[in-house]
Design a protein around this ligand. Structure first.
Ligand code: MLT
Length: 389
């Protein structure tokens, strides 16, 4: 059997963070260890019944079995616009400012293909969801990481970026509520970022997959598009995955500047054939009728957050109390040389899967991430196993 050599763009790429973790997890599980997986942010609770019922009906309609529209059904895009209007007070033209995605990861991964030429500079705030820099690298873009540090509330220090860098930059990836740190961004930050990007003609690619996981009505995360002028330079990626426990369904949307949405659409019509129309019909129901469900889901995550924060504090592990996103970003306890050393020891000795902070980039070194996607009982059990390491 011939052994084909990978293309250069893949040959030096390490395994995708969560694929690598899955591999080690499977090895430990094969030894009979009871695994508690707090690694990937994949909601444990099922998609609610009202969405499943809509899907069952939609799947029976023969018209839904054919190729869907490339950009998404107009009814789906209209419902996205309705939801943005209701949730954020943002007005969107469903025909030109909304596109359906096969999950926001797909849209984010394809977006640089539309706007980044080889050698173009792309700023990536880090620690970060790996897809931002990997997708940039795939198209030959030059990545410059912008560090997010605790002392600055995990916001990039925009003033520290020289004007010459802004002049050269084609695009900046930002993500709030942030994965992995769970930090949120205030309006003033967005205003400043938009001002700079308009001045220097830089595209803002904002990932907002976690806006609906928040813990207090006073801390509702915002869309960057709420800020005046944002639409001049911004595309915002969103997803139904975390909002309605629909990670497996692969459905999301990108909204904002019409030329950015159209550019992404041009890539997509050449590489995929749209979202299964039955999924779009069920998604319309989710977006239209899902507000009560989201409220109930937030109450569950709030309980989980409080359990974990209290348990970590009790055993002397420092962590941020998040106001949004279902992640706890915590400091590696003393005595471990690195994030990787700590999470490996935890997995090997206790069966608890954590994500090493440095897996999201260098500034994540010294931290680890807990995903609140198991029930409170298992979360308590996990922290107690870690405490008795
Ligand atoms: C994560 O755990 O960081 C995310 O769930 C990964 C993803 O959304 O693809």
């Amino acid at each position: 059997m011939a052994d084909f050599k990978l293309a250069d763009r893949l040959a030096t790429l390490p395994p995708y963070l969560f694929a690598g973790i899955d591999k080690v997890k499977a090895e430990v599980a094969a030894r009979g260890v009871d695994i508690i997986s707090l690694g990937i942010g994949d909601p444990d609770l099922p998609t609610p019944d009202f969405i499943i019922e809509a899907m069952k009906k939609a799947v029976e309609r023969p018209a839904n079995h054919q190729y869907p529209s490339y950009v998404g059904m107009l009814e789906f895009r209209q419902e996205v616009a309705n939801w943005y209007g209701r949730r954020f007070g943002v007005s969107l033209d469903p025909k030109t400012e909304v596109i359906g995605l096969i999950g926001s990861k797909e849209g984010i991964a394809h977006f640089p293909l539309a706007f980044v030429n080889p050698g173009d500079l792309v700023l990536v705030c880090t620690p970060n969801y790996p897809v931002y820099h990997i997708a940039t690298g795939f198209v030959g873009g030059e990545v410059q990481f912008i560090p997010l540090v605790e002392e600055n509330d995990y916001l990039p220090d925009l003033d520290a970026i020289p004007a010459a860098t802004w002049d050269r930059a084609k695009m900046i990836f930002v993500n709030y509520p942030n994965n992995p740190t769970a930090a949120t961004a205030p309006r003033a930050f967005y205003e400043k970022l938009i001002g700079i990007c308009r001045k220097h003609n830089v595209i803002i690619a904002h990932d907002t997959a976690y806006t609906e996981v928040y813990y207090d009505e006073n801390d509702k995360p915002m869309s960057i598009l709420e800020v005046e002028g944002a639409k001049d330079v911004t595309i915002e990626f969103h997803s139904l995955s975390k909002t309605y426990n629909m990670t497996g369904w692969r459905v999301g949307m990108a909204v904002g500047n019409a030329s950015l949405v159209a550019g992404l659409g041009k890539v997509k019509e050449n590489v995929d054939s749209g979202i299964f129309q039955a999924v779009q019909e069920a998604s319309i129901v989710a977006l239209r009728d899902g507000d009560d469900f989201c409220r109930e889901l937030r109450a569950i995550y709030r309980k989980r957050r409080d359990v974990v924060v209290a348990a970590l504090n009790k055993v002397g592990i420092a962590c941020r109390v998040p106001t949004a996103a279902f992640y706890i970003w915590a400091k590696v306890p003393a005595g471990y040389g690195s994030s990787a050393e700590f999470v490996t020891a935890v997995l090997e000795k206790t069966g608890v899967v954590l994500t090493p902070g440095n897996g999201f980039g260098t500034p994540g070194e010294g931290y680890f991430r807990i995903s609140l996607t198991v029930d409170t009982h298992r979360l308590e059990e996990a922290v107690s196993r870690i405490a008795n390491l």
